[in-house]
Design a protein around this ligand. Structure first.
Ligand code: SF4
Ligand code: SF4
Length: 262
């Protein structure tokens, strides 16, 4: 399928001759501009299946490239390079190296879900964006995002106690992402809470911070949830071939060390 959006033409693929005369006609400069054809050889034939194995990506195969997601996208309105339709196209075609060129902006989806409502095929493009950002992290193409750190902190607390306590989540999130706890906006928010919340509630929140209360009888539910999460992680690792990647990386690291031995 041809790609029509002009900004998708990579500047390095545009070629212009400063001086060119063809059959006596001067076509120098702008008139001789043409687009070099792209040759893609490194397909990842499993790319669509890898994205579909992650939460949110399951319906990617339903896309028919109508472009409604991109047309309605909040981020695309600010940055035309943010193009869900195009990335879904690349994923379905297995063009991994092309997708990786945009690795630094895919995470910018703000989850407004306008695309989800616009999509006539129930692809859930917002979910595909999240799955793609997750895929980039799992494959080591991008560092773990703040959003992933938050999710892990949140889930970790739920697993441990069967409930969440906002103060501890914020502290844990800041520690994971190397942020100072005393931030102006946070101090202001706490001040306002202290001014407006009932004293009893403030005391309860303070105690919860220290005592880390648990949901009664949480143990069995936790075991079942952990088993499910572990099962899903294994499915995802298999789909993405992560164990093979880790093994290959480990043996690569091993090579020079062996070579260095007398
Ligand atoms: S959810 Fe993400 S991809 Fe969809 S419209 Fe909003 S910003 Fe764009
Ligand atoms: S709106 Fe849906 S069907 Fe259309 S391009 Fe986007 S994901 Fe594909």
């Amino acid at each position: 399928m041809p790609i029509h959006e002009e900004h998708l033409i990579r500047p390095e693929n545009l070629v212009t001759h400063e001086q060119l005369v063809i059959d006596g006609v001067d076509v120098s400069g702008h008139w001789s501009t043409f687009i070099e054809s792209r040759v893609v050889t490194d397909y990842n034939e499993a790319l669509q299946d890898e994205i579909a194995a992650l939460p949110g990506g399951e319906q990617i195969h339903r896309c028919w490239q109508c472009g409604s997601c991109t047309n309605s996208c909040t981020v695309n309105a600010i940055n035309p390079d943010f193009n869900p339709r195009y990335w879904i196209y690349l994923i379905r075609m297995g063009m991994e190296s092309e997708l990786l060129r945009d690795r630094d902006i895919i995470w910018q989806c703000v989850s407004c879900n306008k695309c989800t409502y616009a999509c006539p095929r129930d692809v859930f493009p917002e979910g595909v964006m999240k799955a793609t950002a997750h895929w980039l992290e799992l494959k080591g193409h991008t560092p773990k995002s703040p959003s992933m750190h938050f999710d892990e902190e949140f889930a970790g607390q739920v697993f441990a106690t069967g409930r969440i306590e906002e103060g501890r989540i914020i502290r844990g999130f800041f520690a994971r992402t190397g942020q100072a706890l005393m931030q102006d906006w946070l101090v202001e928010m706490v001040k306002r809470l202290l001014r407006h919340l009932p004293v009893k509630l403030i005391v309860t929140m303070g105690l919860a911070n220290v005592l880390k209360p648990r949901t009664r009888g949480w143990g069995r539910a936790r075991a079942a949830i952990e088993e499910y999460v572990h099962e899903r992680e294994q499915v995802q690792r298999r789909a993405l071939g992560l164990d093979a990647l880790v093994k290959a990386a480990a043996s690569e690291l091993d090579q020079p060390a062996r070579g260095a031995q007398p």
